[in-house]
Structures are given as structure tokens and as C-alpha cells.
Design a protein around this ligand. Structure first.
Ligand code: SF4
Length: 365
């Protein structure tokens, strides 16, 4: 690996800047400019410093540096791939499951991931945040729905807000009696760890509700010492953390890479929560695996790490039907004869152990 720890002074947003800093080739400039005109680009100095410009397969570059492949849109890819719009009663709110809502406060992120499932919401010419009127309406909706126990602040990245504004929003939500949990989805501790200041951590804590922070990272190299320190500041403040990752071709689509990432999370006191199958977002097919590949990787991971390091592999059902566990399955009926026995206790199953060996359950007496 070459010495690639250079750091540009500011966030790179233009194709020309990526070329200038050696993160894209001049031959690709015209295509990358087309991509950047459609989908937002942002590579923070911290992320740029992680990229090896001499490695054409670099797993960090693949997540953040635009590619001409994004101009290829498959017929099954949709601008709203997980169907947020079908469950949006008021602007900024997605109410898909009874007890929780997504509250999409801002449409900006520190970095723009090339596989983002909300990539059509952010970028050139798009609104950057909810207006005050839309915010008030969204709050009124949450207040009027007593079944809402958990509010998930997402976007965009809510930690792009100032600590002052975030603190006000946390207080507004915590003042609603039935809102008990406020969960914040963020990539900031990885993309711009310096934003996790003492003021930001203080803003995350609020009287009247419990805060959880879900960190999005996809490769262990993203868990730098600065990122780890940012997460430690959050956890040390008594705020529990979980992880979210996306299974990405050429980034983390093998068990050893995922193992290193999951161990890294647990070392940071972050419980692995979700491994998302890649959503059908426009221009992202080069980054998606198949579901069968995902299941095989999860099966291999099961044999390598403890339950503490296991995320749930989930797929969002297009059309807004929510998440479903995507397997793999370790249990199947022994045979149809067994299932036809009258006594449930007589039924037997084939069960796969962590080495891949198959056993019968319950075993022969
Ligand atoms: S940080 Fe999240 S919302 Fe922002 S671009 Fe990445 S995946 Fe999309």
C-alpha cells in the first residue's frame, strides 16, 4: 500500500477537484461531471485521507468516489427504492410501522455515498432542510399520534445540524410524553469526526427520552482512531450505539472483511445491528450483491464470530413494505412425513451448525 495519507484542506465536491487530488483520472472527468450533475458528491478531508489513489479497487474510494457506472440505471431501480413516499403523511415524516417514525430533518450529509437509497432527495438543486412550517407540521403529527414510541432522526445526516439546533429538536421531541426513544442515524463520526464536539454530545442527551445513535460504516478502515474517539465520547456520555452497514460489492462482500468490521464495532462498544442488502437505488447495480451471495457471507460470518458481532442481514421490500430478515435459514423440516405426524413433539428438523454440518433436532433417542 502506498503512502496515501494526504489530506485536502476542504471537502471535495467537484469532479475536477477529485482529479486534482489524484482520486479520479482525467480520462474519466467528462463522465464524472455528468454523475456529479445528477447526484451529490462530497468527500471530506478525513475520508480522502483514507483512500489509496494507487489502488483501483480501494474499498473506501468505491463508497465515495463517483463512477461512470452510476449513469447506468436498471429497469428495476427506482428513485424511491424503499417506498418512503407511500408512508409519508406530512413532509419530513415516514410512518411505515405503527410504533415509530422516520423524521427526515435535513437533506445534506458530510459525505455522499454512491449507493445511497435516498440519493434522489439530496444533491444539485434539492432543498437542504425542512422549512420551519414543515418542521412544525411534522412535530404536530408526532404529537397527535400516541402510538409513536420511537422517532428516528435521519435524512440526510442529522449531525450536520449545529449542536444548538439539534438540542432544540431533541427537547421538542422529548417534551412529547409518548416519545420515549430518539434514534439518530449518522455517518458523521466516520466522515467528519471533529463535529462530535462536547457541545454535540451534550445536545444528544435530553431529559425525558432515551437517545440511541446508529453509526453507518462499511469497512473497518473507516473506524480510524479519530472515529473511534468520537464514538467513545458518545458512549462515555451514556448513549448506547448500534451499527448499520450496507453489503457492497467490492467493499465488504466477503466474510473476512465483514468480520473485521463487526469486531471493530464491538471494540468501540457499538452493537452490530443491521447489514442491509443493497437497495434498488438508481445507478447502483455495480455495488449490489445477490441475495444468495449475502446469505453465503452471513453463513460464513456465523462460523467466525460470536453473537455479539452478528448483525441482522435485512432487505427492504420495494414499495414501502418494510424490512424483512434475509436469512440465511438454519432450520428446515426433516421431511414431509415428519411434519405430518400428529404430535408436534414428533416433528423433526434439519439444523445446520456453525461449521456447516447438518444435524437432526431433536436427535434420535
Ligand atoms: S450518509 Fe446516509 S443519507 Fe447520506 S449519502 Fe450516505 S447513505 Fe445516504
Amino acid at each position: 500500500m502506498s503512502n496515501f495519507h494526504f489530506k485536502p484542506p476542504t471537502t471535495l465536491r467537484e469532479a475536477t477537484e477529485l482529479v486534482e487530488h489524484g482520486l479520479a483520472s482525467v480520462e474519466d472527468l467528462a463522465d464524472l461531471a455528468k454523475v456529479a450533475a445528477r447526484y451529490a458528491v462530497a468527500v471530506t478531508p478525513d475520508v480522502a485521507a483514507l483512500i489509496d489513489p494507487d489502488d483501483p479497487q480501494d474499498p473506501i474510494a468505491r463508497q465515495y468516489i463517483p463512477s461512470a457506472e452510476e449513469l447506468v440505471v436498471q429497469t428495476n431501480e427506482k428513485p424511491d427504492p424503499i417506498g418512503d413516499d407511500a408512508h409519508s403523511p406530512v413532509s419530513g415524516i415516514v410512518h411505515r410501522y405503527p410504533d415509530r417514525v422516520l423524521f427526515k430533518l435535513v437533506h445534506v450529509c458530510a459525505v455522499y455515498c454512491r449507493f445511497c437509497f435516498r440519493r434522489e432527495m439530496s444533491g444539485p438543486g434539492k432543498a437542504t432542510a425542512l422549512t420551519q412550517g414543515a418542521y412544525d407540521n411534522a412535530l404536530a403529527y408526532i404529537r397527535a399520534h400516541s402510538e409513536i414510541w420511537e422517532v428516528i432522526l435521519t435524512g440526510g445526516d442529522p449531525l450536520m445540524l449545529s449542536p444548538r439546533r439539534l438540542g432544540e429538536i431533541m427537547a421538542d421531541l422529548a417534551a412529547i410524553d409518548h416519545v420515549r426513544i430518539i434514534r439518530i442515524h449518522t455517518r458523521v463520526p466516520v466522515a467528519e469526526p471533529a463535529r462530535i464536539s462536547g457541545e454535540m454530545v451534550a445536545a444528544l442527551k435530553v431529559r425525558g427520552a432515551t437517545t440511541w445513535v446508529a453509526l453507518h460504516a462499511n469497512h473497518v478502515r473507516e473506524l480510524t482512531s479519530k472515529a473511534r474517539a468520537a464514538c467513545a465520547a458518545i458512549v462515555d456520555a451514556g448513549i448506547p450505539m448500534v451499527s448499520q452497514s450496507v453489503l457492497l460489492r467490492g467493499v465488504n462482500d466477503d466474510a473476512a472483511t465483514l468480520e473485521a468490521l463487526m469486531r471493530g464495532f464491538v471494540e468501540c462498544r457499538i452493537k452490530p445491528y443491521y447489514l442491509h442488502h443493497g437497495d434498488l437505488a438508481p445507478g447502483t447495480s455495480h455495488l449490489r450483491t445477490t441475495l444468495e451471495e449475502g446469505q453465503a457471507i452471513m453463513r460464513a460470518l456465523h462460523g467466525r464470530v460470536s453473537g455479539l458481532c452478528q448483525p441482522d442481514y435485512v432487505v427492504d421490500i420495494p414499495g414501502g413494505h418494510g424490512k424483512a430478515p434475509a436469512g440465511p435459514n438454519y432450520l428446515s423440516p426433516e421431511d414431509s412425513f415428519s411434519q405430518e405426524r400428529e404430535q408436534p413433539s414428533q416433528k423433526r428438523y434439519r439444523i445446520v451448525d456453525y461449521c456447516g454440518d447438518v444435524h437432526l433436532y431433536p436427535p434420535e433417542p
